[in-house]
Design a protein around this ligand. Structure first.
Ligand SMILES: [Zn+2]
Length: 243
């Protein structure tokens, strides 16, 4: 009996040790699973965050132009004579953006700047005389078109081949546009964005192409350039057609 009892005791001890072992194992397994689960949750969250961010970015930038109708602003078409320097007649195959400029000629109006481009036709066939722009906005907000939208202008260097250009007149050396010029610019840019489905992010400064200080005021005050983008976006949103 005593032997059996001893055996029982040993068995009991063994079972207890086994139980402890199992308990210990289960505890470790539990902690491991919890850590793995947490890692998995973090991983999924991180993975999900990436597309959410890009979608948000894209949403911010892409307006549904099929739902927007911007009326054409008053544009006075005074096309330049075709010539090697300011209107080469080269087809503009695709329009990916709009480049904003300032004339760098304080106090001059749209017509004077248009005539300056026209006068380039009598200059030699040299790089320094190759200058023009699709549109010019005057000090009172009037818009002159110098080059058809399906031809390139000589305004924005290596972006001449896929952008439309807009020159803006300005009263003084600061390069700041008058309210009238600014409002016409917002209208014209919005109209062109809608017409050619150009994202607002693709409205750029000449500075963004060549680092040239053009348009001066928007280079000096980048926050004003951001405000311009916001004003165009707001204008486009206002022109959303109600369903
Ligand atoms: Zn420029």
């Amino acid at each position: 009996m005593a032997v059996i009892c001893q055996k029982d005791k040993t068995m009991k001890k063994l079972t207890k040790a086994k139980k402890e072992k199992i308990k210990h194992f289960l505890m470790i397994a539990g902690v491991a699973s919890a850590v793995s689960l947490l890692a998995l949750v973090i991983f999924v969250l991180v993975i999900q965050r990436v597309p959410i961010k890009t979608t948000k970015e894209r949403k911010k930038d892409s307006l549904d132009y099929s739902q927007i109708e911007v009326e054409k602003p008053d544009i006075s078409k005074k096309l330049l004579t075709e010539n090697i320097n300011s209107r080469p007649g080269t087809p503009l195959e695709e329009i990916k953006g709009i480049v904003v400029h300032y004339t760098a000629n304080p106090g001059t109006n749209a017509k004077a700047n248009r005539n300056y481009f026209e006068s380039r036709k009598d200059c030699p066939d040299e790089g320094q005389y190759k200058v023009s722009s699709h549109f010019i906005i005057g000090l009172q907000g009037s818009i002159i078109q110098c080059i058809p939208e399906n031809e390139i202008a000589y305004a924005s260097n290596n972006r001449n081949s896929d952008t439309l250009s807009i020159e803006c007149c300005h009263p003084d050396d600061s390069g700041k546009f008058t309210d009238e010029t600014y409002q016409s610019l917002v209208h014209l840019v919005s109209y062109l964005c809608d017409k050619y489905e150009i994202p607002v992010s693709q409205i750029i400064r000449h500075y963004d192409v060549t680092q040239k200080e053009c348009p001066r005021y928007f280079v000096k005050y980048p926050e004003e350039w951001e405000k311009f983008h916001s004003d165009v976006t707001a204008y486009l949103k206002k022109k959303m057609v109600k369903q």
